[in-house]
Design a protein around this ligand. Structure first.
Ligand SMILES: Nc1ncnc2c1ncn2[C@@H]1O[C@H](COP(=O)(O)OP(=O)(O)OP(=O)(O)O)[C@@H](O)[C@H]1O
Length: 250
């Protein structure tokens, strides 16, 4: 069953400006852990950001959980975004807040303004946050400030925060770009493990092709705003990669 359908998606950042996405179409199924790869500037990040309308599509449609995303007004869009977990390259943590509060902030979309202001989270949320922090290996860092952690640990907080909202899809935008190769593998392995356990489909913009092939079951290859490849990671040949990266100037 498909969770996400992207139909003939086109994006220009300004009227009359260059077209960044030139008619992209694909579906993501409930079991997919799908990487989006391609050279710098291919439009990978733009594509991921269109799905929750951080970037506004110019043409085409995005159907998420059976609902068209493009016409949603702000309240409906907010409700839809609660169902989407995002993990970013820059972690997007609040540095001066504790690890625990950063994770709990994943529930803010669900908590009333009064409760949020006084940080009065239900016990159930606190238990869940502690449990997730243990799952990502940060049980000994719960009360530390976020800026006291290493990059890999910060991204683990980002993972716990995204899972805190019980997302029905995870969108990852270069989640390992700021990390060294060993930590990147650990972080991607952890995301894969947790996504499988919680049965959450994943769409992931990722630079590191080798890591994408190791971690993801499906690859979408983009080049200059077009989809060039869509298939199982296992079936991908060197020739497919050469075609996707043919235009890259090193
Ligand atoms: N906010 C923006 N306004 C105008 N142009 C933008 C904006 N964001 C991205 N672009 C342009 O869109 C094109 C695609 O960028 P995008 O970040 O989606 O590509 P990418 O494949 O993710 O690249 P990279 O791997 O280098 O991050 C680039 O030419 C970029 O300059």
């Amino acid at each position: 069953m498909s969770v996400l359908e992207v139909c003939n998606l086109k994006v220009s950042y300004s009227a009359g400006g260059p077209q960044i996405l030139k008619g992209i179409g694909f579906e993501v199924g409930s079991d997919d852990f799908c990487a989006v790869i391609g050279p710098s500037g291919a439009g990978k990040s733009t594509l991921i950001r269109c799905i929750n309308r951080l970037v506004e599509p110019t043409e085409g449609d995005i159907i998420l959980f059976g609902q068209s995303v493009c016409p949603l007004k702000s309240g409906e869009l907010r409700r839809l975004r609660r169902r989407i977990g995002m993990i970013f390259q820059e972690f997007n943590l609040v540095n001066r807040m504790s690890v625990m509060d950063n994770v709990l902030s994943g529930r803010l979309g669900y908590t009333g303004a009064f409760r949020s202001f006084f940080k009065a989270f239900p016990k159930e949320d606190i238990d869940r946050a502690l449990n997730l922090l243990e799952r990502v290996g940060l049980q000994d860092h719960v009360d530390k400030r976020a800026d006291a952690l290493s990059g890999g640990q910060r991204q683990r907080v980002g993972i716990a925060r995204a899972l805190m909202q019980r997302p029905e899809i995870l969108l990852l935008d270069e989640p390992t770009s700021a990390l060294d190769p060993k930590i990147s593998r650990d972080v991607m392995g952890l995301i894969r493990e947790l996504a499988a356990e919680f049965k959450i489909p994943v769409l992931c913009n990722i630079h590191d092709v080798q890591l994408a092939l190791e971690t993801c079951n499906r690859i979408i290859g983009m080049q200059d705003g077009y989809k060039k490849f869509d298939g199982p990671a296992k079936g991908m040949r060197k020739q497919d990669l050469d075609e996707i990266y043919a235009m890259e100037v090193l």
